[in-house]
Design a protein around this ligand. Structure first.
Ligand SMILES: [Mg+2]
Length: 352
């Protein structure tokens, strides 16, 4: 069955991805891997890699070869709650050239409708159909696997985005924000009653995760036969504020892995599920798609693992020093300061 192949492929790619990144830093242990990821901007190596090219002729190097751009959001389009200067004009020029574009984010706290509001608030006119959040990816996965036909419901560890997307495909769900602040009865003889009709647990970034949610998820996965364990993403850290890195959804997923011994099905970057969905639904040709992001281990890997062109921008978390260091083995086709470099020195009329 095609879908099972995609899921297996997703999981094996993730395992390969873990090893790939660990090798990139020359640190095989998980603890060292986490430390390397969280301190990636502190690398001291200055040895340059000759095969990483800075964008110098955007028309022939990228624009002529690309029909569809997939943009990561934070660090590419905006930083936190501020749009990066010049981006609205650059997106407008790409649209005027007839380029298709999609905006992909691993952040599951918002639904596509929630992101649409964020785009609107930043003055970016982006249709909801162009937005792919990992909350939507989780719902799309359940849709592709005909989860609704099982008659089961979903338990959500996460914020409002996942539930809003499940509502749109009419899949019943429990948990999420409703379980914020709950505590199980842990007095002598305390027993948590869980729902035996839960057929999938989705784990997304959750600022209000607690022991109640972890125990409920554990009971569903361990005791409900065939219950799926789905992760929106495994990002080690996230930029909750612009002052430091914060524990990402990898920590929430890790808690559930720790008590179930199960590996999740990952639906966000760098899993291929999202690109498979786009290519199948819209008939896109992979080689004419360019993935643009600010992270090597999610965005660029998502591009290279899925047969896409890839461009790293330095407007987010990855420094030029980190990209060009000898330890880094993840190589985009090109890199640029921002996507505004597509049109450096090109008058607006000339790009139409
Ligand atoms: Mg980013």
């Amino acid at each position: 069955m095609r879908f099972n192949t995609a899921v297996l492929s997703s999981l094996s790619l993730w395992v390969a991805h873990q090893a790939h990144v660990a090798n990139a830093f020359g640190v095989p242990s998980r603890r060292a891997f986490a430390r390397a990821v969280s301190t990636q901007s502190m690398t001291t190596s200055t040895q340059l890699r000759a095969n990483v090219l800075k964008l110098s002729d955007p028309t022939t190097q990228i624009l002529d070869k690309t029909d569809v751009f997939i943009f990561d959001c934070d660090g590419v389009i905006w930083r936190g709650d501020s749009v990066i200067p010049g981006i609205p004009e650059t997106l407008a020029r790409l649209r005027a050239m007839g380029k298709k574009m999609f905006f992909v984010t691993n952040n599951s706290t918002k639904s596509r409708a929630g992101y649409k509001k964020k785009f609107d608030s930043l003055g970016l006119d982006v249709p909801a159909e162009e937005i792919f959040s990992s909350s939507f990816a989780a719902a799309a996965y359940l849709e592709q696997t005909n989860f609704k036909d099982t008659g089961k419901k979903v338990y959500v560890v996460g914020e409002v985005g996942i539930g809003e997307e499940l509502d749109l495909i009419n899949v019943p769900w429990i948990g999420g924000p409703a379980d914020q602040g709950k505590q199980p009865d842990m007095s002598p003889g305390g027993f948590m009653v869980h729902d035996h009709d839960v057929g999938a647990v989705i784990v997304g970034f959750d600022r209000y995760i607690n022991y109640y949610k972890i125990q409920f998820a554990q009971l569903c996965i361990n005791e409900n036969p065939g219950c799926e364990f789905i992760a929106t993403n495994l990002d080690a850290v996230t930029h909750l504020t612009d002052a430091q890195e914060w524990a990402g959804n990898g920590s929430m997923v890790g808690a559930i892995k720790g008590c179930t011994g199960q590996e999740p099905t990952v639906v966000g970057k760098p899993s291929p599920l999202m690109i498979d969905y786009l290519c199948t639904k819209l008939g896109l040709e992979r080689s004419r798609i360019c993935m643009v992001g600010d992270r090597l281990d999610t965005d660029v890997l998502f591009g290279t693992d899925n047969g896409l062109q890839s461009l790293l921008v330095l407007s987010g978390v990855t420094t030029e020093e980190k990209l060009l260091s000898a330890e880094n083995t993840i190589t985009p086709d090109f890199y640029a300061d921002t996507i505004n470099d597509f049109f450096v020195g090109v008058p607006a009329e000339a790009s139409k």
